[in-house]
Design a binder for this molecule. Sequence first.
Ligand SMILES: *[C@@H]1O[C@H](CO)[C@@H](O)[C@H](O)[C@H]1NC(C)=O
Ligand SMILES: *[C@@H]1O[C@H](CO)[C@@H](O)[C@H](O)[C@H]1NC(C)=O
Ligand SMILES: *[C@@H]1O[C@H](CO)[C@@H](O)[C@H](O)[C@H]1NC(C)=O
Ligand SMILES: *[C@@H]1O[C@H](CO)[C@@H](O)[C@H](O)[C@H]1NC(C)=O
Ligand SMILES: *[C@@H]1O[C@H](CO)[C@@H](O)[C@H](O)[C@H]1NC(C)=O
Length: 490
Amino acid sequence: MSFKAIIALSVLGLVGAQQTLWGQCGGINWTGQTSCGSGAVCTYLNDWYYQCLPGTSTSSRTSTSTSSTRASTSNTSSTRVSTTSTSSTRVSTTSTTSTRVSTTTSSPSSTPTGRVGKLPALGWNSWNAYRCDINETKLLNAANQMVSLGLKAAGYQYVNIDDCWSNINGRDPSTQQILPDLNKFPNGMASVASKIHSLGLLLGIYSDAGTKTCSGYPGSLGYEAIDAATFSSWGIDYLKYDNCNVPSEWQDNWTYPDWGQSNSAIRYRQMGTALAAQSRPIQYSLCIWGAAQVWTWGASVGQSWRISGDSAPTWSYITSVIDRNVAIIDYTNFYGRSDMDMMEIGNGDLTLAEERTHFLMWAALKSPILLGTDLSLLSTDQLNIIKNKELLAFSQDELVGAPAKPYGTATTTPPEYYSGKSSKGVHVFIMNTSSSTSTKTITFANVPGLGSGSYKVHDMWTGTDVGTFSGSWSTSLGSHDSGGWLITPA
Ligand SMILES: *[C@@H]1O[C@H](CO)[C@@H](O)[C@H](O)[C@H]1NC(C)=O
Ligand SMILES: *[C@@H]1O[C@H](CO)[C@@H](O)[C@H](O)[C@H]1NC(C)=O
Ligand SMILES: *[C@@H]1O[C@H](CO)[C@@H](O)[C@H](O)[C@H]1NC(C)=O
Ligand SMILES: *[C@@H]1O[C@H](CO)[C@@H](O)[C@H](O)[C@H]1NC(C)=O
Ligand SMILES: *[C@@H]1O[C@H](CO)[C@@H](O)[C@H](O)[C@H]1NC(C)=O
């Protein structure tokens, strides 16, 4: 079938049925409806997802239906090329500043397959608990605890090995395959994968877009195809790809007008392309520490991108990474997430209030949530934080991809007031950044999507209704504590 014929069929398709509110209406390889029913506009979220969002703007509809037709009918490389020059016609319901760059010419140009990673990853990673002192026993213990502690039932899926799992002495001399350290993983990685899978969980692994990992184990730069095929053959479901030991010829050496063409982007795209070529869907986490303006191109390469250096169990890390994410919040949506790094709940001397805020803000801003502690040591209070049904449901909403965003005029760093939509309605999240007395009031008319009338306030932490209030509602939060509320018309 010719390209024109495909377009013609697609246009004919518009005449018949229309996609319903919140439904997908475009994106690479999307073959369903590309037009929305009345009251909804087909809106570009990223190259993999156009969604029917509430609205009636005529100009939006025109430009987005053009884009969505193109995105749903062209092949991968032509989509990439054709969207470059027209990115200004893309609309986004919320963003006024996101001038997305697209990765066009530099090889390779293959894109994520859209088979995995629509929602923020939920799971566990070995690093914060064990650093290099990882082995099969510890990993399988964590996996078993994810089941026995009810974390799997709450939605946690990934059991991720971090650095130091491979044979530090190098690759197989004949096949160049990366090898496991058989002292730590005596049964090999395929065996670990099969044990993790039999628990109904998924296995993640780690490598590096340089010559060696951060701890000096073999890196994947130049071995991307071999390593992706090896990971796939072992049954790996997720790759965290670090950014250490980059040779000088691969450093970003000037201020790229399009950071999607930077040497960093090419290094990460080489592995993304290799993963996309595997029959096994492998989620791809770019551990690039916020370099090379990754938020502008990360969603065209993987499903999440780190925006900071490594996390620390400190209030200053938590507040600084929230503030950093807020600055680029419009780039987070389905299939593409700013990653605020692994959880520190259970580590250091964070207070319970700080741990609540840590979890609530990771959920509200839709970062991946990868627990990073010895799960057997968590208290009941800590388990209740990380299993909170309503916050996890906000993070994992199948219909709304956008995170909560600050509203009103922020007087603190990071901002204290956030709002966002879910399939249940409008939510407000507040964090108390200070230790000085103030009153936190939700004035309904100031919250996007609400008005001046009466609203029912529902507490997401406790899962209980607070009451019905007219105009506004005030609450008290302890120092560094936070709350989340669903606010629906009375
Ligand atoms: C697919 O992309 C290639 C490379 O841009 C182009 O030559 C070809 O015409 C495209 N095919 C279709 C069906 O769009
Ligand atoms: C789109 O579909 C084609 C044919 O099924 C496939 O070869 C290609 O990898 C898909 N592209 C993406 C980005 O998934
Ligand atoms: C992993 O380490 C623990 C603690 O040092 C040890 O008890 C266990 O036997 C080790 N397992 C393997 C497979 O080496
Ligand atoms: C930057 O590095 C690339 C790849 O090594 C090289 O081709 C290019 O000439 C360099 N550009 C500058 C301005 O040094
Ligand atoms: C924030 O915490 C401080 C210190 O505990 C407290 O005095 C203040 O009232 C809290 N703010 C809110 C809005 O609850």
